[in-house]
Ligand binder design. Structure first.
Ligand code: ADE
Length: 416
């Protein structure tokens, strides 16, 4: 079995982390028990491009134990947990990824997964699927793919709009049991986690500017607010901006927010949100980080050009002395800071996201002739994941009575 990781000897440390995460991923554990006995994926190859974390390890081990041959590469050069990669290799997964790999290595590792001619592809951000669209030879056996994140789904929908999509894709991100929890509570908590690990600063009293009020931005703003920060939201969408105002946040353009913030977090999924023009307006000593998928939201190239001196302060934190004499601090090199400076979302939310991944790949296997399109996760899967999650949390809910069902399907019963 081929692989390319940092150091196989790290596997014992990885094992402890993966088991710890599994203890907090009861739905994944339940699916493992349900589908490993009769090896539902025997004879199938799965190629995945995901952040190589303890949570991802538990997802890919589910496929492995259900009979699949799995290869895995990183979906970000800075998110790989090398000890987890070592654990996976020890357990028969072909892993290609090292924390801190160059862009060239990153794409070489994507190619390694492509070369293995997967039947199913799991992507986070769309880089593997995009790569496979440029390599006809590698996509010969593909039945379908899944996409984990908002950014990836946008890319794939654009690909399909241009009539270039070559196989069906399930947008796992769009399941309610994914975005309502992972994007909101996962990104909210892990962004704070990354900021604190890299800086150890107090949040209470700080002015925090959150760019983007989608589900990720909402989660980030909510968590900063609850820790005593004064939070400003920057938006381009009127509805989301209005929602932010009514949720109790200050809302203003980036040009105004730039002058006020102590901490800036981008979570827009778009490019060039904080450019050198905004940076020049900022106070001395501001901290900037990105929680969006790609390192395009903060214009790092412009910052590098406008820098007189740069030094590493702590893990995940660099000081830039700008040409105007001010200092700024960048988290995780402008890459998604919750994975670059911390360990990503906690296992309890990845439990639901990855249950959707597992069941969506099973759905693609059971429906091998879907037309080429970008599909939402079937509602039954979403509901099943919510049901399993509540069951494993030992939370019981009520059911409708026959009278209530009848009432809800009636039209003639109104004011009494
Ligand atoms: N994306 C965000 N957090 C993650 C995690 N812990 N594992 C895999 N992908 C993630």
């Amino acid at each position: 079995m081929e692989y390319s990781i940092k150091d196989i000897k790290l596997f014992r440390e990885g094992e402890k982390k993966v088991i710890w995460a599994l203890n907090h991923m009861p739905v994944i554990e339940k699916l493992r028990k349900l589908y490993s006995k009769n090896k539902i994926f025997k004879g199938y190859k799965i190629g995945a491009c995901l952040h190589i974390t303890s949570e991802t390890a538990n997802l890919v081990m589910n496929f492995k134990q259900a009979g699949a041959e799995v290869s895995l590469c990183a979906s970000n050069p800075l998110s790989t947990q090398d000890e987890v990669a070592a654990y996976l290799v020890k357990n028969g997964i072909s892993v290609f990824g090292k924390r801190g790999e160059s862009s060239k290595e990153y794409y070489r590792n994507i190619e390694e997964v492509g070369k293995r001619l997967p039947h199913f592809v799991i992507d986070d951000g769309g880089d593997l699927i995009t790569f496979l669209h440029q390599k006809e030879n590698y996509r010969k056996k593909i039945i379908g793919a899944t996409e984990e994140t908002t950014t990836g789904v946008i890319r794939l929908k654009n690909l399909h709009k241009q009539k270039l999509l070559k196989f069906p894709v399930v947008a796992v991100n769009n399941a309610k049991t994914k975005y309502l929890f992972d994007n909101r509570y996962g990104t909210g908590q892990s962004t704070i986690d990354g900021l604190l690990r890299a800086t150890n600063i107090l949040i209470a009293g700080k002015i925090v500017v959150v760019c983007g009020y989608g589900w990720c931005g909402k989660g980030i703003a909510m968590r900063f607010k609850s820790m005593g920060a004064r939070v400003i939201i920057v938006e381009v969408d009127h509805l989301k901006a209005l929602e932010a105002v009514m949720d109790g946040f200050w809302v203003m353009p980036i040009s105004e927010a730039s002058k006020l913030g102590d901490i800036f977090i981008t979570a827009t999924g778009n490019t060039s949100v904080i450019t050198i023009n905004e940076i020049k307006m900022m106070k001395n000593g501001v901290i900037l980080g990105n929680s969006g998928h790609f390192n395009v939201e903060i214009k790092m190239d412009e910052i590098e050009k406008y820098t007189r001196n740069k030094k590493r302060i702590r893990n995940g934190l660099y000081e830039y002395i700008l040409k105007n004499g001010k200092k700024i601090y960048i988290l995780g090199e402008g890459r998604l800071l919750n994975l670059a400076c911390a360990e990503g979302h906690p296992p309890e939310v990845m439990d639901m996201s990855f249950a959707n991944q597992f069941l969506s790949i099973k759905y693609l296997k059971e429906n091998p002739s879907l037309e080429i399109n970008v599909y939402d996760v079937p509602e039954e899967i979403d509901k099943q994941v919510a049901k399993y999650k509540l069951e494993t949390m030992n939370i019981k809910i009520d059911t409708l009575t026959e009278q209530q069902k009848k009432y809800l399907s009636s039209w003639n019963l109104g004011t009494l």
